[in-house]
Design a protein around this ligand. Structure first.
Ligand code: AGP
Length: 603
């Protein structure tokens, strides 16, 4: 997944806007970066392998320019190299691209037979060459873009400059995100709003199959070459909301934002007690089953949701990995609610799963963080998490907000089916009010996790074990650790370890053991003793009510008790901070881990 940005106008110098935009988009991919800009009557291209800072030091941002496009790359076709980085230029056409052209090989062969000589290994250069060929044939950019859409299969968000008209910037979108933002006498394109938020917060979202013709004081959008009108949105949040605000990393800032995020996410559903929860949320009673479909941490949140919705809502829930869901035999129909969980709302596999669910006649509900994102716009119902912009590749606050909404869905179903007592509802609402303080109490213990991290940061294998929801939290804790510290880690159902994997437990192998569920705590503790007796160094994560001195652990993290519907929101905090501290000790690039991108908009 890559980041693209473009600018046309006289208020700012194009190169400044492009570099600033790319710096904010770097979390979307950082193999290489490049810009194309018009200086006088000449279009120039600068690109460098590696981080934006390499590109920044290779150019003079004060070169006067009113038109430019920029790109930061997460390699899909062709290694990370200068020649493969964007922008690409063929003939009169220069482009930046986010996405994958699926039929690029056929197109490439056709173009080679037409005499085109390619320099790079990328699908993007093929797209550029096709655009140039179509423009040579039609001498009309609108026609060119319409023909391009007919010829190309795949996903793309394109920023395009044509040498015949340096007063116009074009944007074209299919499945990869692309916004157009409005200044006074200047306009922007970008993969997401934070990239240009320091300049304006007014934007529109291009939908699939739409393109735009952008000058410094006019934006015209088209669908099938017919002019269409688009609603202008105002982005919630400010430029500083995407700054680090004094934190060393975005990830730490976002971990510490979780009390506020929880409050914002629950507010509108509980401001008038349970009545608002019932009123605002859809009627879940009509569904016979629920499928939660997602990827990565969002899928882990789904597993927590499954446990809670089944226990409190008494409805069967399956959790599916989106990349599996889209290719398997499915038993879903109008009686199945399909819930798509996604922070970015642009994850290709989750978006594809959404389309399949709709084809099968299912109602679809998106639990999404990014306003107006593709999955949000395509879902029948959207429940927005209120996590704000999440910049760190490793999700924390958005994951917690996803669990929050899934807990509220479980509560909603329990209330509407009258499966829960008034007293328990009162207890839950009271715990919802107290939860931000309890989360904060764990954040305040940040230095305790640092001490534990010092003891295990140099290990090569770390295990997480737990049962029920604690097992789901183990999955998330293990992924956080792997993502940012590059330590190999496995999450295991505590009762399953002895069926093979326990053979990997050696002297001083760290095992993070999570025990928060009183009803099965003894079972988990006996599993912990099994690994302890084989030499493991156990870090126990447990609640105040289950806390007791014993010799089956080496280190202990005690978290406050809360209602089971909310307990995961406390359990995850030490796991996030432990991973963060371990990654710091290993001098890893915490906000931009190697090989990763914030949102995977390709298969
Ligand atoms: C989690 O830290 C990762 N960044 C990754 O697993 C992420 O959760 C996954 O790619 C899904 O992204 P989404 O929520 O934007 O769909």
């Amino acid at each position: 997944m890559c980041g693209i940005v473009g600018y046309i106008g006289k208020k700012y110098n194009a190169l400044n806007v492009l570099i600033s935009g790319l710096e904010r988009l770097e979390y979307r991919g950082y193999d290489s970066a490049g810009i194309a800009y018009v200086e006088g009557k000449t279009l120039k291209i600068e690109k460098e392998k590696g981080k934006i800072s390499n590109l920044k030091s290779a150019i003079d941002v004060n070169i006067p320019s009113n038109l430019g496009i920029g790109h930061t790359r997460w390699a899909t076709h062709g290694i990370a190299s200068k020649i493969n980085s964007h922008p690409h230029k063929v003939g009169k056409i220069t482009i930046v691209h986010n996405g994958i052209i699926e039929n690029y090989e056929d197109l490439k062969n056709e173009l080679i037979n037409n005499g085109v000589k390619f320099k790079s290994e990328t699908d993007t250069e093929v797209a550029c060459a096709l655009l140039n060929k179509l423009y040579e044939d039609t001498n009309d950019m609108n026609e060119t873009l319409c023909l391009f859409q007919k010829r190309v299969k795949g996903t793309y968000a394109l920023g395009i400059i044509c040498d015949d008209d340096y007063n116009t910037l074009y944007a074209l979108k299919n499945k990869s995100p692309l916004i157009i933002a409005f200044g006074e006498n200047e306009n922007y394109i970008a993969s997401d709003v934070p990239a240009i938020l320091e300049f304006t917060n007014k934007y529109i979202t291009l939908n699939d199959g739409e393109f735009a013709k952008i000058t410094e004081n006019k934006v015209t959008c088209y669908k099938d070459n017919e002019v269409i009108n688009k609603k202008i949105n105002e982005f919630e949040g400010s430029a500083e909301s995407i700054e680090k605000n004094g934190y060393e990393h975005f990830m730490l800032k976002e971990i510490f934002e979780q009390p506020e995020v929880f409050k914002k996410t629950v507010f509108k559903y509980t401001e008038n007690g349970i009545k608002s929860l019932i009123k605002i949320m859809p009627d879940f009673k009509k569904y016979k089953s629920i499928k939660i479909v997602a990827c990565g941490s969002a899928m882990h949140a789904g597993i927590v949701g499954k446990s809670l919705i089944e226990e409190y809502g008494n409805i069967p829930v399956d959790v599916e990995i989106a990349s599996e869901f889209r290719y398997k035999k499915l038993f879903i129909d109008k009686d199945t609610l399909v819930i798509l969980v996604s922070q970015s709302g642009e994850t290709a596999d989750t978006l594809a799963a959404l389309e399949i669910a709709k084809e099968k006649g299912c109602d679809t509900l998106g639990i999404i963080n990014v306003l107006e994102s593709s999955i949000a716009r395509s879902s029948d119902i959207v429940l927005y998490t209120k996590a704000g912009s999440e910049i760190a590749v490793a999700t924390t606050k958005a994951y917690s907000a996803q669990i929050t909404l899934l807990s509220l869905i479980a509560l909603n179903i329990a209330c509407s089916k009258k499966l829960i007592s008034e007293d328990e509802i009162k207890e839950i609402l009271s715990e919802i009010k107290n939860l931000p303080i309890k989360i904060q109490s764990l954040l305040d213990k940040k230095d305790d996790y640092k001490e534990i991290a010092k003891k295990i940061y140099n290990k090569n294998n770390i295990f997480f074990i737990g049962r029920d929801i604690d097992y789901a939290l183990c999955m998330e804790g293990s992924l956080k650790l792997k993502e940012i510290s590059y330590i190999n880690s496995q999450a295991y159902a505590a009762g399953e370890l002895k069926h093979g994997t326990i053979s990997l437990i050696e002297e001083n192998t760290p095992v993070i053991a999570i025990v928060t569920n009183e009803s099965i705590s003894e079972k988990t503790i006996s599993n912990i003793k099994e690994v302890k007796s084989r030499g493991a160094d156990v870090v126990l994560v447990t609640t105040e009510s289950l806390n007791k001195e014993s010799d089956f652990y080496n280190e202990k993290i005690v978290i406050p008790n809360t209602h089971k519907l909310l307990q995961a929101l406390l359990t995850v905090i030490p796991l996030q901070l432990l991973s963060y501290e371990i990654a710091k000790l290993r001098n890893c690039n915490i906000d931009k881990p190697k090989n990763l991108a914030k949102s995977v908009t390709v298969e």
